[in-house]
Design a binder for this molecule. Structure first.
Ligand code: FES
Ligand code: FES
Length: 163
């Protein structure tokens, strides 16, 4: 199958590649860029494990073709922490509240919450749980994940109030 040239920014780095038109963004990230932190579960847009940021929005990378990401800015779970390995407050909160067990769903939750808490730091628990229903976790019952997210939202609001 003829390949297409694409150029995109991934985790702050400009990247060019040749891709087959049938390859979805998740497989491209994992197999061509070796960014295996993005997990592929259902490939049907149901589980949320493959979620990445595309131009700042949380997107199912299994439902987007790599060629559609030409020119886009993509952030995967590998791109969240600082270059020196310093975790984001959300990653720290996940660690503190045991928000991961097998960790399969974790990249998707971190990416989804990165956008959600950025856009809605005032979110309350009920709505947070509703928003997170698009990401499936079989291990934690969501309580650690929700606790971590609410703590980060609260810290953000406290910082804003102090300004
Ligand atoms: S692998 Fe993309 S939503 Fe499940
Ligand atoms: S931590 Fe295992 S599926 Fe979520």
């Amino acid at each position: 199958m003829a390949k297409h040239s694409i150029t995109l920014t991934v985790n702050g780095k400009s990247t060019s590649a040749e891709v087959e038109p049938r390859v979805h963004l998740g497989d491209f990230l994992r197999h061509q860029l070796n960014l295996t932190g993005t997990h592929i579960g259902c490939e049907h847009g149901v589980c949320g494990a493959c979620t990445v940021l595309v131009n700042g929005d949380a997107v199912r990378s299994c439902l987007m073709l790599a060629v559609q990401a030409d020119g886009a800015e993509v952030v995967t779970v590998e791109g969240l922490a600082a270059e020196d390995g310093t975790l984001t407050p959300l990653q720290e909160a996940f660690r503190k509240h045991h928000a991961l067990q097998c960790g399969f769903c974790t990249p998707g939750f971190l990416i989804t919450l990165t956008q959600l808490l950025r856009d809605r730091p005032d979110i309350e628990e009920e709505e947070l749980r509703r928003e997170l229903s698009g990401n499936l976790c079989r291990c934690t019952g969501y309580s650690g994940i929700v606790k971590a997210a609410l703590e980060v939202a609260q810290a953000f609001r406290t910082r804003e109030a102090a300004r």
